[in-house]
Design a protein around this ligand. Structure first.
Ligand code: ATP
Length: 206
């Protein structure tokens, strides 16, 4: 089985995540995409909502696509949150499968990855989605530091830049504004039902 591995905080999951995952599935000819919410934050501030809420929103968001699944390995108590540690666990869980890691350009360009060559050794492909504000040179700098035989596994996805981010969603909500249609309807309904991200504005709750 050809699996796509799509990690993130998903705080909350939004439409760009889904478009990116579906684009990767089609372009890379993947059988299934595993959405892997992360527990520990090495690359950003802590998640604002609990793992339970974030998983529930992922499940609601992916329900209509039979090729999408939630994978909770990175939420286990002993998970380190490092991709280099996650991938061997996933290989043990999905023996015989090949993995394509899916990522937004910012995650590669703006972060230092622990044991990045180890990550690539465990993957067939590592595909990068363009993201507004990420310069090609910043990406190229990271990629050119990778040994050549592993660099060949890295590819850029041919898809448009999408403006959604979880930060934008949280910011709008904190301003009492709606994010309906920036997130899947199930996610919007869940946010409202559980009053997530501190929403209190009465018109949003009707
Ligand atoms: P935040 O704004 O809180 O940093 P985020 O929108 O980047 O969140 P994450 O859950 O951190 O969401 O992202 C999971 C993965 O999806 C990351 O690899 C990220 O780069 C990618 N991603 C998220 N939004 C986009 C987007 N609009 N275009 C391309 N990649 C994206």
């Amino acid at each position: 089985m050809k699996l796509g591995i799509f990690g993130g905080t998903f705080d909350p999951i939004h439409n760009a995540h889904l478009f990116l995952a579906e684009s990767a599935r089609l372009m890379e000819n993947l059988d299934r995409i595993l959405f892997v919410p992360t527990k520990l934050q090495h690359y950003r501030n802590s998640a604002i909502e609990s793992a339970e809420h974030r998983c529930a929103m992922v499940l609601g968001a992916i329900e209509s696509n039979p090729a999408f699944a939630l994978e909770d390995s990175d939420l286990r108590p002993d998970a380190t949150g490092f991709t280099a540690d996650l991938l061997p666990r996933l290989h043990a869980k999905y023996p015989g499968s090949t993995f394509t890691f899916i990522i937004g350009a910012d995650s590669l360009a703006n972060s230092t990855w622990e044991r990045f060559p180890d990550v690539l050794e465990n993957l067939e492909r590592f595909v990068i989605a363009p993201r507004p504000g990420v310069r090609a040179e910043a990406l190229q700098r990271v990629i050119s530091a990778v040994p050549k035989h592993l660099r060949e596994r890295i590819a850029t996805l041919n898809m448009p830049e999408l403006p959604e981010s979880a930060t934008l969603i949280r910011t709008l909500l904190s301003q009492g504004r709606s994010v309906r249609y920036l997130v899947p309807e199930a996610v919007w309904q869940y946010i409202v039902a559980h009053r997530l991200y501190g929403i209190t504005a009465e018109p949003l709750l009707r």
